[in-house]
Design a protein around this ligand. Structure first.
Ligand SMILES: Cc1cc2nc3c(=O)[nH]c(=O)nc-3n(C[C@H](O)[C@H](O)[C@H](O)COP(=O)(O)OP(=O)(O)OC[C@H]3O[C@@H](n4cnc5c(N)ncnc54)[C@H](O)[C@@H]3O)c2cc1C
Length: 436
């Protein structure tokens, strides 16, 4: 497995890659400031463009730059740096902290977040900036928990934006694609810690999922359906908060049977890698060790992979499924697995779930760009008419205009970007193409 880039503070080697190794960053230098002043100086003195890097888990070029990359894992990275406001029910975390550390520290203090992605290896700032989400028909994206942001802008000013004080622009500043500045601290809504158990059903019928999509995705607080689209079969993942009213699992659901051993979501993964997954079979555990599919101490997913994901209005779920089944043989030839999830609507301008309850179709491909791109293009073409928004951190062939048009507040975002970063310090080739 390729590991995430190791910051050196030295000129970046040509081999600096993202986590999956599917792209080499074009950055001239990589920095790892230890203080806010150091970060300020870096931004002010940078000879060209600057880009914040989370931990490089995006598959698209969203984090790339030909200038200076700045990683914040050394800036207030101690979990003790998290401050909790119990009355307001918020926690302020260093932006470059990974969810793994932030969640464990919050849990130890009796607090929790509303949801997590399939992995907690990613940084809070990086995940929020790309609209990262988990699953749950009533559960919005991770970014929806953000109620405050501390942002270092190109002029060296540290701005604080909050949902309460800046209602006009705040929804535009959270899913930012890193284009507005460098987030240094992020304030998240929290709730009392809770426990979760998860169950898996194998050999579920995709037809049964499509027959009553809403009901299938309301079987638990968080539901995922894993399939390869070519044989009509799927695995069903149910994650349920424990508490009053939580009932035991049915022995069969949607034509599938309850698994009695832990299962890896990706078919063909060696048996020893099942230890990388969060425990199943109803074994209860803390929220942050059940909501993700993968444990922070293990390898998430496969490693040698590329990912794509499209987010559609939920009412298009069944039509989206039919379109993907029609491409089933082509998909299965290059996909390791695909996952269907749901996300509740939010008001964040560039969130994939902006303004609409959402269904998300995710793909874990083989790591062979030439082989997957024609299939990614075919899916782009099939799902775009259904209102698809490609995940910012994953691979799509949709061009700038098509993507812009999928976001009703895109022009407002472009204006906010212009206001906060008139010099274009935080732009990169990805944003140039997107902004047009
Ligand atoms: C195995 C795997 C599983 C995944 N599962 C999910 C999933 O379940 N759901 C989902 O939605 N996505 C998923 N993703 C995608 C992933 O969540 C996103 O790509 C996320 O952005 C990665 O976070 P990162 O910390 O690595 O950020 P990076 O990829 O390093 O950066 C992403 C963006 O954030 C910006 N950024 C980073 N730090 C800052 C900062 N301090 N200030 C301003 N901008 C900043 C960067 O400039 C860039 O634009 C998965 C990815 C992998 C590899």
């Amino acid at each position: 497995m390729t590991t995430a880039p190791q910051p050196t503070g030295e000129p970046a080697a040509a081999t600096l890659t993202n986590w999956a190794g599917n792209l080499a960053f074009g950055a001239a230098r990589l920095h790892r400031p230890r203080t806010l002043d150091e970060l300020r100086r870096l931004v002010a003195d940078a000879p060209g463009r600057v880009r914040a890097l989370g931990c490089g888990h995006s598959f698209s070029t969203v984090a790339d730059t030909d200038g200076d990359l700045v990683r914040l894992d050394a800036l207030g990275a101690d979990p003790d740096a998290i401050t909790v406001d119990e009355d307001a029910r918020t926690a302020t975390v260093p932006a470059g902290m990974r969810y793994a550390e932030a969640a464990a520290a919050l849990d130890a203090r009796g607090w929790a977040l509303h949801n997590l992605a399939s992995l907690t290896h990613i940084t809070v700032a990086g995940a929020v900036a790309t609209g990262t989400h988990g699953s749950g028909s009533g559960v919005p994206s991770l970014a929806a928990a953000v109620v405050g942001l501390e942002l270092l802008t190109a002029d060296g000013a540290l701005r604080t934006l909050t949902r309460e004080a800046d209602p006009e622009v705040f929804p535009g500043a959270v899913v930012s694609l890193g284009a507005l500045g460098i987030a240094t601290r992020i304030t998240l809504r929290i709730e009392p810690a809770y426990r979760v158990a998860q169950w898996v059903y194998t050999d579920v019928a995709l037809d049964a999922v499509a027959a009553d999509f809403a009901a299938a995705f309301e079987l638990a607080d968080s539901v995922s359906v894993f399939t390869r689209w070519d044989d009509g079969r799927a695995k069903l993942w149910l994650k349920q908060r424990l508490g009053a009213g939580a009932s035991g699992p049915a022995s069969s659901l949607l034509g599938g049977s309850l698994a009695t051993e832990n299962v890896h979501p990706i078919p063909g993964t060696p048996a020893e890698r099942i230890a990388d997954t969060t425990p199943q079979c109803g074994v209860p555990g803390p929220w942050h060790r059940r909501l993700p599919h993968f444990l922070p101490e293990g390898t998430p997913s496969v490693g040698a992979e590329i990912q794509s994901e499209w987010l559609l209005p939920r009412e298009e779920a069944v039509r989206g499924m039919a379109a993907l089944r029609a491409l089933g043989d082509r998909i299965a030839a290059v996909a390791q697995v695909s996952e269907i999830r749901t996300v509740a609507a939010d008001d964040l301008w560039l969130s994939g779930a902006y303004g609409r309850d959402t269904v998300a179709f995710h793909f874990t491909w083989v790591r062979d760009e030439a082989a997957i791109l024609p299939v990614v293009g075919a899916i782009d073409e099939a799902l775009a008419p259904l209102g698809a928004r490609p995940h910012w951190g994953k691979v799509s062939t949709l061009a700038g205009r098509q993507v812009r048009e999928a976001y009703p507040r895109f022009a407002d975002f472009a204006a906010l970007r212009e206001e906060l970063d008139p010099s274009g310090t935080f732009r990169n080739a990805y944003l140039d193409a997107l902004l047009g």
